[in-house]
Design a protein around this ligand. Structure first.
Ligand code: MG
Length: 159
């Protein structure tokens, strides 16, 4: 088999006095995501999808939240490490598709920059990375703006 597929999901709580970082982009908002690292929920979902595609476990295994080393970590640095792991095993990214679920703020103006940041780190073309945003129609914890969630699917191809 020369293709593998993986999916990833993540959610983080929205709290005051934290930055809102999605896909490596700092987005102006009165709330930010809580987490041990920078809590970049989109990048975390993408990493889990990449690891899942090769049955390599999840990001908690490689970057445990109990390890002080990862406190405040830039998730793009972690993404680079996950990508290297995949390259070392002889695979590369075919494409990624993802969805951020957030009631606010409006993410559309930032999507282009997220794709640029992620593709820079992953050394792929921006058109290999899909980032979409939707609201949760005010339903559930995401709809009440208690958190932001992200889903990602990745296709890996044998180099
Ligand atoms: Mg996470």
């Amino acid at each position: 088999m020369n293709i593998r597929i993986g999916n990833g999901y993540d959610i983080h709580c929205l709290v005051p006095d934290r930055p809102l970082i999605l896909g490596g982009v700092n987005i102006p908002h009165e709330l930010g995501l809580l987490g041990h690292s920078d809590a970049d929920v989109l990048t975390h979902a993408i990493m889990d999808a990449m690891l899942g595609a090769l049955s390599l476990g999840d990001i908690g295994h490689y970057f445990p939240p109990t390890d002080p080393k990862w406190k405040g970590a830039d998730s793009l640095v972690l993404l680079e490490q996950v990508n290297q792991l995949i390259l070392d095993k002889g695979w590369e990214i075919g494409n990624i598709d993802s969805v951020i679920v957030a009631e606010r703020p409006k993410l559309k103006p930032h999507i282009h920059q997220m794709r640029d940041r992620l593709s820079d780190v992953l050394k792929v073309n921006p058109d290999q990375i899909g980032v979409k945003a939707t609201t949760n129609e005010k339903l559930g914890p995401v709809g009440r703006e208690e958190g932001i969630a992200a889903y990602a699917v990745v296709l890996l191809v044998l180099k």
